[in-house]
Design a protein around this ligand. Structure first.
Ligand code: OOB
Length: 546
């Protein structure tokens, strides 16, 4: 195999890799070969609906091959990293599968990311190209990339879907005369297929290397558990590059099953309900705040949602009360999904009773997922007791990309990933997410690494120290509150928020509230006592409400 530590990722040990292959988990197929197989099986079925565009499997696959030839002509090839930042449009798939075909490695940025995050992805991966859209949601992605070019010396090509200005136009790539160019051999399925983002808890966002073999195993298994078939119509309402709508079973699971993927530009009922009615959507995936929004809207709106058979909810804790409302209101099944871009995904199953369905976050998708629930010293806790969740298996990574130091802390010596989640495991194998040990805020499914935002705040000359903590929020579950020790008595919170915005940080990471404070409470060993800060802001909010 060509993939090694030197390329920045940690492969599975050889004996386990062999075992996973022998067991049929890893089948030696690339993601693009999976699409090609579906195109052979169902050439004339609709694979993708994007606005008024409808592509059959054959058309989609042909466009992928055309794009691959065009990208190859631009000098993109095997192992080259390409930052891909696109909203929910067909080009996301055409570009991704084209890169998979070439063995190039897309880095899946989210549309919410701004110059700070994009610069980091370009620098960390030495990306030679990026693919963006001209504008979306009132934001000009070309202007953002134009400004970061001096900080991304490896970037040779900026490819724009839409009005390209001085950059390379995507239309030019797919219409290029590539007549005589031949595509290279497909990459090996054991190689890294793409890099996905981690929610993280430390300084800068980490990148997650997923191989064709491991990802496709999770896609196939998810598709089986969710009973996907050619008649399935999957609505992609969440950002298309996120692991949940991409693979659990998501858009890729739907392509694998020969079903139809419908892209929604926004996840709100205004956009999604008419699509459900028009396209006969059978399943979709939401984060809890959106699920609650949909539940409220469904009672008031008139669209016919009767085609919907399954609503998946995950990414953050879904309350048992809200879970119990899904079936009576939407008249479809609920599935709770507890997953992570690093690998492990848990699902409730069709046969689970309401108690499991409402109160647990499901059980591991694979019999080969190894689960350990341990105390602070990595000793197993008794079944049913809360503890740290560690996991290892055929689709859970062994290390982050180019992060040797961090990997020593994030993984055990025997390769278990420390999820940072506190769970209980029931005798049935089902997990209940009880809390979190990692220093992260889960803002309705958007993950914020506290240390990352603290560092941005510390860059302001008036900030002496900063601590970011979660505060409760009825809609999002959690929001972010920054406690600041200021050097300058005249510093106003609004100035700090503007400072972060000017710097170009994803909007969801900008603190929802800033509290100025004289000193941080400390733990007995002298660390900032974040629990005390969380309690302080929670009490303050409660008093303000009463
Ligand atoms: C999904 O992936 P990520 O990488 O954005 O976030 C993973 C983290 C987990 O470690 C956990 O802290 C939290 O998000 N989480 C949940 C949850 N699902 C994820 N916490 C409570 N209840 C749940 N159901 O969020 C993701 C990836 C694939 C499928 C689904 C979600």
């Amino acid at each position: 195999m060509r993939s090694t530590h030197a390329q920045g990722w940690v492969p599975w040990p050889d004996d386990l890799a062999q075992q996973y292959r022998r067991a049929g988990y890893w089948r030696g197929e690339t993601l693009e070969q999976m699409l090609a197989a579906s195109a052979r099986k169902h050439p004339d079925r609709i694979a993708l609906v994007c606005g008024q565009r409808r592509l059959t499997y054959l058309q989609l696959h042909q466009q992928v091959l055309t794009a691959a030839a065009g990208l190859q002509q631009r000098g993109i090839g095997h192992q080259d990293r390409v930052v891909l930042q696109l909203p929910n449009i067909a080009e996301f798939f055409i570009a991704s599968f084209a890169l998979f075909r070439l063995g190039a490695i897309p880095v899946f940025a989210l549309p919410a990311h701004r110059a700070t995050e994009l610069t980091h992805f370009c620098q960390l991966t030495d990306a030679i190209a990026c693919i963006i859209v001209d504008r979306d949601n009132g934001f000009d992605y070309r202007a953002m990339v134009r400004n970061l070019l001096p900080q991304a010396p490896a970037l040779q090509d900026v490819i724009v879907v839409g009005e390209a200005e001085e950059f390379t136009s995507w239309d030019g790539i797919i219409n290029a005369d590539t007549g005589s160019t031949e595509l290279p051999p497909s990459p090996e399925a054991g190689e890294v297929a793409f890099l996905q983002l981690s929610g993280g808890s430390t300084g800068l966002p980490k990148l997650i290397p997923r191989t064709h073999d491991d990802y496709l195993y999770s896609v196939r298994t998810s598709a089986e558990i969710c009973e996907l078939a050619p008649a399935s119509v999957y609505l992609c309402a969440l950002p298309v590059a996120h692991n949940f709508p991409l693979s659990s079973p998501g858009t890729l699971g739907t392509f694998y099953a020969g079903g139809c993927v419908v892209l929604a530009r926004r996840p709100a009922p205004d956009d999604c309900f008419p699509l459900i009615e028009r396209e006969g959507v059978t399943l979709t995936a939401l984060v809890p705040p959106l699920a609650m929004l949909w539940l409220d809207a469904a009672r008031k709106r008139r669209e016919d949602l009767s085609s919907l058979q399954l609503l998946q909810v995950g990414g953050a804790r879904f309350s048992a009360e809200a879970a119990a409302r899904v079936k009576p209101i939407l008249r479809c099944r609920l599935q709770q999904v507890f997953g992570m871009a690093e690998g492990l995904v848990n699902y409730t199953r069709p046969e689970d009773d309401d108690n499991l369905l409402h109160h647990t976050q499901g059980r591991p998708m694979s019999e080969a997922d190894e689960i350990r629930v341990v105390d602070d010293e990595d000793r197993p806790v008794r079944c049913g007791e809360p503890g740290h969740l560690l996991t290892r298996g055929p689709y859970t990574i062994r290390g982050y990309y180019r992060a040797r130091e961090h990997n020593l802390r994030a993984f055990t010596a025997d390769g278990f990933y420390r999820t940072g989640d506190i769970v209980r495991q029931l005798p049935s194998g089902h997990l209940m997410v009880e809390g979190r040990a990692k220093d992260q805020i889960n803002r309705g499914g958007d993950k914020i690494a506290a240390e990352e935002v603290e560092n941005y705040l510390l860059a302001h000359p008036a900030v002496h120290d900063a601590a970011l903590v979660a505060m409760p929020d009825a809609y999002l579950g959690e929001k972010a509150c920054a406690f600041i020790i200021s050097r300058d008595p005249s510093l106003r919170p609004i100035e700090l928020l503007r400072f972060l915005q000017r710097r170009g940080v994803a909007q969801y990471k900008i603190p929802d509230r800033i509290e100025l404070i004289d000193a941080f409470p400390k733990t007995s060993v002298g660390k900032v006592n974040k629990r005390a800060l969380r309690e302080r802001i929670t009490e303050k909010l409660a008093t303000a409400l009463s």
